[in-house]
Design a protein around this ligand. Structure first.
Ligand code: TYM
Length: 335
């Protein structure tokens, strides 16, 4: 069976972008029943920028609660945190010797995050995509559902797999398919339709946070930036209207409908009518998740138990693949 792997950084501040671009689709893939699904809180990735230890612990449990509250069943899927399966760090090192400096230096996320002060960025931030390739290939995952912003990292994962196979004359690591689908692969800021919705935007009004209450959600959509025109009659009419299109995309993703279907209902509406409808829909879909997250987080020992059990199951898949990788590379093993 095809195998899915995806991850999310437990660095605090989960947004509607994470939900629609990632979590909701993870749940759909699990429920389709056609894939074996492995989902990971990538705590080793989070520490590429400074994390307060107590906050990292809390954010890891919060992210796990987000998965479960959104519909991931830790029995059917494997749910764990990266640092508990040592194969990630080990294969990450091996891949940092396969990947080239030039490949890493071309990553737009590196350039954005390190900015002009790259001398002062951590070495891990630069090597980040090699660890991400390791996450995926440690399980021979064939499909990786992500938002649009991860596309370049997944291309690099393919390059690493191909170079490893070529360098060692094997056909061992699969060439992974990115799964970037649906109306919400790039949820945009509510204040600027050209920027991604992100937890690091200084304006809280630019995003919906998982955990925002009903009034806050309604207010954020009411104040969301738009042009003054009413909605056009069809989706093509949104082409040059990024803010308007973003709100329609969010509506479609939340309701699980196609954008064409949504436009046949809301085409011609003014913002005074559409925005409250969108806010109601968002509250309807998000508040049960928030409620369930709060209930789960009240019992951190239970979350830790679930993650520990997930890590054992993940390790059972990873260990033979890592052992074979080391054998291919010529490392002497004990007999
Ligand atoms: P991270 O933690 O930044 O984001 C987690 C997931 O949420 C998606 N996402 C969005 N999708 C649509 N619109 C948005 N505004 C938006 N913001 C975030 C991301 O695309 C991602 O799918 N490098 C990864 C974590 C990672 C990983 C992996 C992913 C590490 N190893 C292996 C897949 C496979 C990251 O930083 O995601």
């Amino acid at each position: 069976t095809p195998r899915v792997f995806s991850g999310i950084q437990p660095s605090g501040g989960l947004t509607l972008g994470n939900y629609l671009g990632a979590l909701k689709r993870f749940v759909d893939m699990q429920n389709a029943g056609t894939h074996e699904c492995i989902y990971c809180m990538v705590d080793l990735h989070a520490i590429t920028v400074w994390q307060d230890p107590a906050k990292l612990t809390a954010a890891t449990r919060e992210a796990a609660a987000f998965f479960i509250a959104s519909g991931i069943d830790p029995e059917r899927s494997i749910l764990f945190n990266q640092s508990q399966v040592s194969g990630h760090a080990q294969l990450g090192w091996l891949f940092s010797c396969v990947a080239r400096m030039g490949w890493m230096g071309r990553m737009t996320q590196w350039k954005d995050k390190a900015g002009k002060n790259s001398e002062n960025a951590s070495l891990g931030l630069f090597a980040y995509p090699a660890l991400m390739a390791a996450d995926i290939l440690l399980y021979h995952a064939t499909h990786v559902p992500v938002g649009e912003d991860q596309k370049q990292h997944l291309e690099l994962t393919r390059d690493i797999a191909a170079k490893f196979n070529h360098d060692f004359g094997v056909d061992f690591f699969p060439i992974t398919e990115p799964v970037i689908e649906g109306p919400a692969t790039r949820v945009m800021s509510l204040r600027d339709g050209t920027k991604k919705m992100s937890k690091s935007d200084p304006s809280d009004m630019s995003r919906i946070n998982m955990g925002d209450d009903a009034d806050t959600i309604a207010q954020k959509f009411r104040k969301a930036r738009t042009d003054p025109e009413a909605l056009p009659s069809d989706y093509a009419g949104l082409k040059e209207r990024p803010e308007a299109r973003n709100l329609v995309d969010i509506f479609a993703a939340l309701s699980g409908r196609s954008t064409d279907d949504v436009m046949s209902e809301v085409g011609g509406m003014g913002w005074g009518q559409f925005k409250p409808m969108l806010a109601d829909l968002a509250v309807d879909k998000l508040s049960p998740i928030t409620g369930e997250m709060n209930r789960l987080m009240a019992d951190p020992a239970e979350i830790d138990r679930i993650l520990g059990r997930g890590a054992e199951r993940a390790d059972a898949i990873a260990a033979p693949i890592l052992a074979r990788t080391k054998e291919i590379m010529g490392f002497v093993a004990s007999r």
